[in-house]
Design a binder for this molecule. Structure first.
Ligand code: B12
Ligand code: SF4
Length: 492
């Protein structure tokens, strides 16, 4: 079957391909399907995206969505539906996995598939191709009990069987919520988590415009020269931070075989001539032995690559920091959030500032650049706790870049539920759920109003700017000396 997988236009052009769609594409190909991948941000407009899908002759369309580009994704599917009314649309990814029914309100959304998509989406496509598709048989699938979806199912099956598609200009796809009488939805219980990640092929980078992601115009990757590619070693995080969305990978961590991960790194670096990679795991360092073995494997291959990761302080020792540095880790982002013990407790972060400070010192001992992630507006936060945390982020010299956000209450999280119950959430328009937005925050807490949080955030942004500027101007440049190909510029 011919399947188009689309990553909708983000607020800004991405510098890395979406790994989720890459994995699904690879799994579909392994099952014999023909896959097209489209990064909408690299098309001039959504009309061009539709033309590509048409030209490819897609029989099924998959769209991946994160919360803040909800409407962009719906708009794109509406346009697709207008031009290709018989091609079913399936939505998946972190946001549809939490609020599937919000998507099914729209005429242009036929199905929502929650959770990890490799097995379930492939099963769905294969069943459609064989004319055996029954939504009840696909775990995690949500669909409309009436209306477009019935038709979409019939069309998909018929189209796949006859391999014949007709283009009809039917105006069914305006962005109008489904009528109440039609809004019944049905769903199948969620699929089990994928427990054997080694059974998955590597993401289908060969379908992705890797060269277009390799630009430096859009962002500077702190401490790295040139492009980077993304990779995942582990899915799932066992911790319970009250603001974090676990809807796709859940709490039970599963890891890939280390040799296979490093094979993928080696192959990708050589194939695309990229020297840096970014580990996308929620918490790369949660299993100490795994990290040590991974680093040993990288060191043993002498690949001379540089990398960065996201981590939390728990379980990280000086030995781990040393080994990570030896293996080419040049930077990490660390979830610090607050230095107030009461706030840390209320968000269930379960870390202490002392251990954070100790870890940061080790990082500097081994010359790793650090990004400290802080969040304001947490439950329990007051002006005093926030400014105490700001002082820490400015005065701790081991934090190179203090990165601040106002809490965004993601649906499906505990913070969202508490906020909803207390009337602290200003809007449920998912497009507004963006970090670093200059708009009035969507969230407030028991002590600080939306306006107060906005003003405090603006003040923090002003105060941290010189430190961030220094990091980019001085530390970043210093780091680039590690790239021999830049040496010729050193004396200029
Ligand atoms: C990298 C990343 C980013 C990158 C994305 C780069 C890129 N090109 O991929 C950037 C920096 C742009 C980013 C931004 C944001 N991100 Co982000 N990000 C991540 C991170 C750390 C890794 C993503 C990843 O590669 N995952 C690995 C792949 C394999 O997983 P996946 O994408 O979820 O895909 C699987 C399933 O979702 C599903 N699936 C995915 N697509 C589809 C499509 C179909 C059709 C089907 C059937 C299934 C399906 O199958 C896939 C394979 O199993 C995740 C955390 C995480 N561990 O996932 C957060 C995460 C996805 N981000 C999150 C958030 C909130 C954001 C922001 C909205 C933050 C904000 N408020 O501003 C922004 C929005 C982007 C924008 N500009 O509008 C949340 C998502 C919450 C939500 N409900 O949407 C997450 C889960 C973090 C968290 N725990 O809270 N992010
Ligand atoms: S914030 Fe980090 S440590 Fe906490 S639950 Fe989310 S991924 Fe895990």
């Amino acid at each position: 079957m011919k399947i188009s997988l689309i990553h909708p236009r983000l607020v800004y052009p991405p510098s890395q391909p979406p790994l989720g769609l890459g994995y699904i594409a690879a799994y579909l190909e392994k099952a014999g399907h023909e896959v097209q991948f489209i990064e909408a941000a690299f098309s001039p407009d959504d009309e061009a995206v539709v033309q590509s899908v048409k030209a490819f002759g897609a029989q099924l369309i998959g769209i991946s969505v994160m919360i803040s580009y909800f409407t962009k994704a719906i708009e794109l599917s509406a346009l697709l539906k207008r031009h290709l009314p018989d091609v079913p649309t399936v939505f998946g990814g972190p946001h549809p996995s939490v609020v599937p029914d919000d998507f099914l309100k729209y005429d242009s959304v036929d199905f929502v598939l929650v959770g990890e998509g490799e097995h379930t989406f492939t099963k769905m496509a294969t069943a459609m191709e064989r004319g055996e598709f029954e939504p009840e048989n696909i775990a995690g699938l949500h669909w409309k009990a009436h209306g477009m979806t019935r038709r979409a199912m019939q069309c998909a099956t018929a189209a796949a069987a006859a391999d014949k598609r007709q283009e009809k200009e039917v105006n069914v796809a305006r962005i109008v919520p489904f009528k109440k009488s039609q809004s019944r939805v049905a769903h199948q219980a969620q699929a089990d988590r994928i427990t054997d990640l080694d059974e998955l092929p590597w993401p289908a980078r060969h379908l992705m415009p890797m060269d277009q992601y390799q630009h430096r115009g859009y962002n500077v990757s702190f401490g790295m020269h040139g492009s980077n590619f993304n990779i995942m070693t582990t899915r799932g995080c066992p911790y319970k931070c009250n603001f974090c969305d676990h809807s796709v990978f859940g709490r039970k961590p599963v890891s890939r075989d280390i040799k296979d991960v490093v094979d993928e790194i080696e192959d990708t670096a050589k194939r695309y001539n990229i020297r840096n990679f970014d580990i996308m795991d929620d918490t790369f360092t949660m299993n100490r032995n795994y990290v040590l073995e991974f680093c040993d494997e990288l060191i043993s291959r002498n690949l001379n690559l540089f990398w960065c990761c996201r981590m939390r302080v728990t379980k990280v020792t000086r030995e781990v920091m040393k080994k990570m540095a030896e293996a080419g880790c040049v930077r990490f982002s660390l979830g610090i959030e607050s230095v107030d013990p009461g706030v840390l407790k209320s968000i269930e972060k379960n870390i202490s500032t002392d251990e954070v400070t100790r870890l940061l010192k080790w990082a500097k001992e081994f010359n790793i650049l650090t990004i400290g992630n802080f969040m304001i507006g947490n439950i329990g936060d007051t002006r005093e706790t926030i400014y105490k945390t700001l002082a820490y982020s400015l005065n701790t010299k081991e934090i190179d870049i203090p990165s601040w956000v106002i809490l965004v209450p993601l649906p499906g999280t505990q913070a969202f539920e508490v906020g909803k119950q207390n009337g602290w959430i200003r809007t449920f328009d998912w497009d507004d759920y963006r970090m670093n937005s200059k708009d009035l925050p969507i969230w407030r807490n028991e002590a600080l109003s939306h306006e107060e949080l906005r003003d405090i955030y603006a003040d923090i942004a002003r105060q941290v700017r010189p430190k961030v500027q220094y990091a980019m101007d001085v530390l970043h440049q210093e780091r680039l000396k590690c790239y021999p190909e830049l040496q010729k510029y050193a004396s200029a």
